[in-house]
Design a protein. Structure first.
Length: 115
């Protein structure tokens, strides 16, 4: 299945994004999930702290307002990732945040349509 979602595991690139967005991250060996909007692009960044998986993965949906359908695809990608790696706790946190974005997007569409 093809998704219109940019994915990166380049730690330097991801650190640049979260720094530009004003998010502070310290490598304190705890799993983290960051979500933020930057230039109308939605970013979900997951930091895995376990030695075998240590590092970042970032998912970006460009122009989120016009690509809300990609939020559902992002959920599918995270569910697939959860099946392949051991750290399900941090992925469940990420999934919950994506579901919140999905609900907010649907609510915004309803308000814009006046229904």
């Amino acid at each position: 299945m093809k998704y219109n979602i940019y994915v990166s595991q380049n730690d330097h690139e991801i650190l640049d994004y979260i720094t530009d967005a004003g998010i502070k991250h310290s490598d304190d060996d705890s799993d983290r999930v960051f979500t933020f909007l930057f230039n109308d692009h939605f970013h979900l960044v997951i930091f895995f702290s376990s030695p075998g998986d240590k590092g970042f993965i970032m998912f970006r949906i460009d122009d989120i307002r016009n690509n809300l359908k990609e939020v559902k695809n992002l959920k599918i990608m995270l569910q697939e990732l959860a099946r392949t790696i051991g750290n399900k706790k941090v992925l469940n946190i990420a999934l919950a945040q994506v579901e919140d974005i999905e609900i907010a997007g649907v609510a915004a569409q309803v308000f814009r349509s006046g229904k």
